[in-house]
Design a protein around this ligand. Structure first.
Ligand code: GDP
Length: 394
């Protein structure tokens, strides 16, 4: 193709060039529901040079670029992984397959809490601290609402400004995926790509509402719940179930006049924790205070996370959880895929409205309706499977 031959060859990054660029260079438009340049993912700090943006990358370009820690290619590899286009998905899976042996060597930390609790301030404080300690940090978000709200977490460029200028940090807003399953698949795979690129700490932020906490818990090693003093559990939307997912509770904003109240809240949570079961076998969940604003308590929380890693690695719980997570993930993907197949099946789609009407009118029991839809789905699939033979004979 003439168009192809005009494209410049990709050359691997030179020594010392790794991580030289700033945040998010090279990410294509609107993968996260944001217009180019409006979010952290939009490359607002340095727009792509047009040549780089046009250049098509092949499998080796992606794999070698990510492994070399080339940020531009890393951003594009993530965009590829996030894409829903069938052609991209095939290449993305091939890229992931080749990157897989280089993944898994990070600590994955999930952070949740209601809006306003201080998640991004906390991530900025912890992230900056970790970079100072020599770590390389990738910050991802899981927010199934982002396609509607145009990236409600990590999407606002005013957030984490300090961290976004940090060369050792890489910030990626939530992918827009529609369903939680879609967002999770993308975030999990993005996490693997980041690990292959050499990031040794992955922070996954999620909004403190709904099912996304359970989902994020299922993809991280350590899960941290940020809380506020004196807001009341009801107000914070904290259910016992969510506390039971956490490996640490942290009462944030323990500064100024709020410090005493934060400490009292911490003591209260510490008492409550005695009656709850731990999310991680052999790990004693504790409550802490910190101030994401002043940085007080941040280093201590990191020390807790490191102690967690040591304890669970020694007991085998760390590795066992990761293994279980892979199987859970597989199962979730099968379920998601089957659901999509079923609901997009032309036969099912054509009879579903009438069947639903019949159920609503009371003329058909719901169980019979389900049976009919499933039979339609399975029957038509059998027919489709026979089809190739017929075509062959023609
Ligand atoms: P998020 O919605 O959970 O990400 O919360 P943000 O990080 O955006 O913080 C919400 C507000 O709380 C902002 O105005 C922050 O400046 C403030 N905030 C966050 N952490 C602290 C803290 O430790 N102390 C105080 N006093 N304010 C904080």
């Amino acid at each position: 193709m003439p168009e192809e031959s005009q494209k410049p060859e990709w050359t691997p990054p030179q020594a010392g060039q790794e991580f030289a660029s700033r945040v998010m260079k090279g990410i294509e438009a609107s993968h996260d529901g944001l217009a180019r340049g409006t979010g952290l993912g939009g490359g607002q700090i340095q727009p792509d040079p047009p040549l780089i943006r046009r250049r098509q990358l092949g499998l080796d370009d992606y794999v070698q670029g990510v492994l070399a820690g080339d940020r531009t290619i890393l951003g594009r590899a993530i965009t590829l992984v996030e894409s829903n286009a069938p052609a991209h998905m095939e290449l993305a899976q091939e890229v992931l397959k080749q990157l897989l042996p280089h993944t898994g060597r990070s600590i994955r930390v999930g952070i949740t809490g209601v809006p306003g609790v201080g998640k991004s301030t906390f991530i900025e404080a912890l992230g900056t601290y970790l970079c100072e300690q020599g770590h390389r940090l990738a910050v991802l978000a899981v927010d199934p609402s982002s396609s509607v709200s145009r990236g409600s977490i990590l999407g606002d460029k005013t957030r984490m400004e300090r961290l976004s200028r940090e060369p050792k940090a890489f910030i990626r807003p939530s992918p827009s995926g529609g369903t939680l399953g879609g967002v999770t698949r993308k975030s999990r795979e993005t996490m693997l790509v980041c690990e292959a690129a050499g990031f040794d700490v992955i922070l996954v932020e999620t909004v403190g509402v709904g099912q996304s906490e359970t989902t994020v818990r299922s993809m991280v090693d350590f899960f941290l719940l940020l809380m506020l003093a004196g807001a009341g559990d009801e107000l914070q939307g904290i259910k016992r179930g969510i506390i039971e997912l956490a490996d640490a509770l942290v009462v944030n904003k323990a500064d100024g006049e709020n410090k005493v109240r934060a400490q009292a809240a911490r003591a209260e949570y510490a008492r409550a924790l005695r009656f709850l079961s731990s999310a991680t076998e052999g790990w004693h969940v504790q409550a802490f205070t910190c101030s994401a604003l002043t940085g007080e308590g941040i280093a201590e929380i990191w020390a807790v996370i490191e102690a967690f890693r040591e304890t669970t690695a020694a007991s085998g719980v760390f590795a066992a959880r990761r293994q279980a997570q892979i199987l859970d993930w597989m199962q979730a993907m099968i379920e998601e895929h089957l659901k999509t197949l079923f609901f997009n099946h032309p036969g099912v789609k054509s009879i579903r409205p009438q069947i639903e009407q019949a159920v609503l009118a009371g003329s058909m029991p719901a169980t019979v309706a389900v049976q009919m839809l499933l039979e339609k789905f399975e029957g038509d699939r059998e027919l489709t499977q026979d089809e190739p033979t017929t075509h062959h004979q023609e």
